[in-house]
Design a protein around this ligand. Structure first.
Ligand SMILES: [Zn+2]
Length: 56
């Protein structure tokens, strides 16, 4: 999916037991719940690999 601010691509970032989505353009980091309603299938598939991780 793309950044709501600058429309660049978001990459899934694993930090210890947390997951963030980081923008490759503006480097803003989003928590999952901030963008949950906008997740696309590709991003959801990536996140499914991290089901053991607590989404904070
Ligand atoms: Zn951005």
């Amino acid at each position: 999916m793309n950044c709501p601010k600058c429309k660049e691509k978001l990459e899934v970032l694993r930090q210890c037991r947390r997951i963030r989505l980081r923008c490759t353009g503006c480097s803003h980091e989003y928590q999952i719940h901030e963008v949950a309603s906008d997740l696309d299938r590709e991003t959801e598939a990536i996140l499914e690999r991290y089901t053991a991780i607590i989404y904070d």
